[in-house]
Write a protein that binds this ligand. Structure first.
Ligand code: PRX
Length: 638
């Protein structure tokens, strides 16, 4: 992590209390929060069963939590449900029927709005079309799309018919897409001809064609017409979305799923090796997300909620789509770049739609801060009542800017800690909590977290250790696609606890301060990228014999990748080669893989058994002595 940020976190501990008016209006008052927290700590299963009772089930559970096959926990064992029933159909039978579910804005400025009734109708038509293509329960559907209304239709339509969606961020390359398609054995790929990003048209369908060359599992490709550009249509395999759904019925049956049947797979950088397909299930995910989303954001019937993260990441799944829809709120979705056409786009969206809750990664705030306060100040942002951040540590300076210039000093800034694996918010202040800028506050009711040493013992307040979750929680991943050992590895490090992979410390008040990843994962602009994936992209270039990647500080992106490269004998360490390598890695992984610096070396530091010592390179980079932990091969520290 950025050392200057770490220093700031250590030295600035301010407490900001909620405004009295905010407390008066909050759904959960401080006394209720305290009571809930205590009851949930005493009996977490009671707490989560109570959360489950708020939703509709086709059949209720026999057991709230089946621990027989731990760590493969089964939440709501024996229950039958479908998340789409709760996120959509349920609302069409209430006063929410004609309420806006989705307000979408494209980068060029076009907008589309859907009520719950209309969204349900679109999802049903797409569900029928997918069934017509032979997609059914358990089939994998890859969705390679930017945030479009059809992206939401595609996710919900897949879930409705019991298929498992696997979103791939539209900034990934053909090769990365290909790997994810192959790993999940996808039957259908849903994509768009292209989309708009920072004033440019990105050609998406071409990338899909490259990714599908020779891929045998994929039977059909559904293409949404977004930009109207010419694309190749392979007859018999590719279908225009509009033509496919035009004649479909607007009613569709909802597949009855077992609570632990998979809902989606989402690939994310693992501690080691290639990206892992994290699997979430219908029942537990909907219970955990529904309760935590509603409570953290204090959702009221009149809210307009905007999660400004891309739908391709877990934040987009939980906070842009499933969370708001489960809560019956109105969600805003934006296709494009925050700086387009100028750095006030976010603020103009907030003003135009009257957004009341804005949730965004700190990277976006840092990027917009750079352009000065005149941009937020030129808009009326008084509709905002709550702000949230996610994905990386927010420095107090960024926190203050967001709080003051966007929130007018009146909106709590909720820093939520969670992961692709956790599915739901885990550690976060509730809106009435006292806030400490830079801290993610305390675990939410029903969640138990600890900061421990290598032996799994809690460390004293103020000391850095490893963040673990000591009790199962309902939205936890249920599996890793085709890799039970990788799943188990999260639970092996500290017996009985889930090892999050983050370094953290806890202060005297029990507030948690995240210090960054404790493994070989980088968080670049809030996106999680494995050093192994980046290193793999480097060595696929003919000049590279060996490479080691470390994270270095970046003012805007928080963290950026630096590569130490050993070249083959026939290659010279030139500036041209640096540019060529950067381009090559971008081509291999997509624009998401930003390499900030490349340094050529004769050799790389290794342990006696040949394991790369990235932390030695990191210490050299920072100009500090390497941490001597006496156990250089320990997987906790390499
Ligand atoms: O290191 C933590 C960081 O993001 C990691 C999870 O990444 P991902 O699965 O992509 O999910 C990101 C969005 C939920 C964590 O292990 N992280 C997440 N939230 C925070 C954070 N770091 C500091 N503060 C946060 N609020």
């Amino acid at each position: 992590m950025d050392r200057s940020i770490a220093d700031e976190l250590l030295f600035e501990e301010r407490v900001i209390r909620p405004l009295p008016q905010f407390v008066v209006e909050a759904n959960l008052k401080p006394a209720q929060v305290a009571e809930l927290r205590e009851a949930a700590t005493d009996d977490p299963l009671w707490y989560w069963e109570d959360a489950a009772d708020e939703l509709e089930w086709f059949r209720k559970w026999d057991t709230v939590l089946d621990e027989d096959n731990a760590p493969f926990y089964r939440w709501f064992a024996g229950a039958r449900c479908n998340i789409v029933h709760n996120a959509l159909e349920r609302h069409t039978l209430t006063v929410n029927k004609n309420k806006l579910a989705l307000i979408w804005e494209g980068e060029p400025g076009d907008t589309r709005k859907y009520t719950y009734f209309e969204l349900n109708r679109e999802v049903n038509r797409f569900a029928n079309a997918l069934r017509g293509l032979g997609v059914g329960k358990g089939d994998r559907v890859v969705i390679y799309m930017p945030p479009l209304p059809e992206t939401v239709f595609a996710m919900l339509a897949s879930a409705k018919i019991g298929a498992v969606h696997s979103m791939v961020f539209a900034g990934f390359s053909a090769k990365a897409l290909r790997g994810r398609i192959a790993d999940s054995d996808a039957k259908v790929v849903i994509t768009a001809d292209g989309f708009y990003r920072n004033g440019r048209v990105v050609r998406l369908k071409d990338t899909v064609d490259r990714a599908l060359f020779d891929a045998d599992s994929v039977e059909s490709v559904v293409v949404v017409r977004r930009t109207g550009q010419e694309v190749d249509i392979s007859s018999g395999r590719d279908f225009w979305y509009e033509e496919l759904v035009r004649r479909e019925r607007t009613q569709a049956s909802t597949e009855v799923m077992d609570a632990s049947d998979p809902l989606f797979v989402l690939y994310t950088a693992g501690t080691t090796g290639k990206p892992k397909g994290i699997v979430h299930a219908h029942g537990g995910y909907m219970v955990g997300v529904n309760r935590t989303f509603r409570d953290v954001f204090d959702i009221k019937p009149t809210d307009i909620f905007w999660c400004a993260a891309d739908t391709g990441w877990i934040t987009g799944h939980t906070a842009a789509i499933y969370g708001p829809l489960l809560a019956g709120t109105t969600a805003v979705l934006y296709e494009g770049h925050p700086n387009y056409p100028q750095p006030d786009r976010l603020w103009s969206i907030v003003e135009r739609y009257g957004v009341s809750i804005l949730y965004t990664p700190p990277t976006t705030i840092r990027m917009l801060m750079r352009h000065g306060t005149q941009y937020p100040e030129s808009h009326n942002l008084t509709s905002l009542r709550l702000l949230g951040t996610v994905g990386e540590t927010i420095s107090p300076v960024t926190w203050d800017w967001f709080h003051k210039h966007v929130g007018g000093n009146a909106c709590p800034v909720l820093d939520t800690w969670w992961q692709t694996e956790t599915g739901m918010f885990m550690i976060s202040p509730l809106p009435v909590a006292a806030l400490k800028p830079g801290s993610v506050a305390r675990p939410l009711p029903g969640v138990e977290a600890e900061v421990v040493d290598r032996q799994g013992q809690p460390v004293p307040p103020g000391k850095t250790g490893f963040l673990v979750i000591t009790k199962p929680w309902p939205a936890m991943m249920v599996a890793i696609e085709d890799d039970p050992d990788a799943y188990r590895s999260y639970w092996d490090r500290v017996p009985g606890a889930y090892f999050a992979g983050d370094a953290a410390r806890k202060d005297e008040d029990g507030y948690i301060w995240i210090q960054g990843r404790a493994d070989d994962v980088l968080i670049i602009a809030g996106h999680r990228i494995g050093t192994a994936e980046l290193e793999g992209a480097f060595v696929s270039h003919k000049a590279v014999v060996e490479v080691a990647i470390i994270g270095i500080a970046d003012r805007i992106k928080g963290e950026a990748a630096k590569a130490f490269v050993v070249l083959g004998d026939d290659y010279d360490p030139t500036d041209e080669l640096i540019e060529e390598l950067k381009e090559h890695v971008r081509g291999e992984l997509g624009p998401v893989a930003v390499v900030k610096a490349i340094e050529f070396r004769e050799s790389l530091p290794k342990t006696s058994c040949g394991k790369l010592l990235r932390r030695v390179l990191k210490s050299e980079e920072l100009g500090v002595a390497p941490e001597d932990d006496g156990d250089p091969d320990d997987c906790w520290s390499a």
